[in-house]
Ligand binder design. Structure first.
Ligand code: B12
Length: 141
């Protein structure tokens, strides 16, 4: 039996309105067989995490093209932990993130960071692979 599609909430937090990457990613995710809950720009961690709970998603995808991204990620991870969703909901981030920040993101629980130039195929393959492992670990079929 084939696995059920990966469900992902896709958003940008704060005042960053580089919306084009969100369009590119949402079509790319759809074409790779994933289900996208598209929130767009100007969201808050609370809205994103509440949507993730209501929509029963596997993942949250956050795109950043500003320097002030870390606080948003930290707040999102804390909310997920508070709601005890962090074991089964994976957070993936991408955009203009300095490569040297990757270890810091992993430390707070981000499961995948994707930088400019990475192909949609390698991004979606990686997300599907990680979600599949997390589902198995969390006992989700
Ligand atoms: C187009 C663009 C704009 C357009 C936006 C159009 C639109 N409607 O989206 C306009 C002209 C409006 C604009 C405005 C600004 N911009 Co601008 N912009 C860009 C530019 C040239 C391309 C961004 C883009 O669309 N890339 C195409 C997408 C598909 O590629 P990508 O973002 O790299 O995403 C890939 C990966 O990173 C990954 N990914 C990205 N997000 C996510 C999320 C998830 C979940 C996953 C899995 C993967 C993933 O997947 C993608 C596929 O490989 C970049 C420079 C650059 N080369 O990146 C600057 C850039 C992002 N902009 C920048 C700046 C500074 C601004 C302004 C502040 C300029 C100003 N002074 O007004 C404003 C900000 C406006 C705002 N409020 O947000 C800076 C940001 C610097 C920083 N990190 O802080 C950049 C990096 C330019 C630079 N070198 O200085 N911008």
């Amino acid at each position: 039996m084939s696995e059920k599609p990966v469900r992902i909430v896709l958003a940008k937090l704060g005042l960053d309105d580089h919306i084009r990457p969100l369009y590119v990613l949402s079509y790319g995710f759809r074409d790779a067989g994933m289900e996208v809950i598209y929130l767009g720009c100007f969201q808050t961690p609370q809205i994103v995490v509440d949507t993730a709970a209501i929509e029963d998603v596997d993942a949250i995808g956050l795109s950043f093209h500003t320097v002030s991204y870390f606080g948003w990620i930290d707040e999102t991870m804390n909310l997920l932990k508070e709601k005890k969703m962090d074991d089964r909901v994976s957070v993936f981030v991408g955009g203009t993130i300095p490569p040297e920040d990757k270890p810091m993101l992993e430390e707070v629980g981000v499961r995948g960071t994707y930088l400019p130039g990475e192909s949609l195929k390698s991004i979606t393959d990686s997300i599907k692979d990680i979600v599949s492992k997390v589902r198995k670990r969390a006992g989700v079929v």
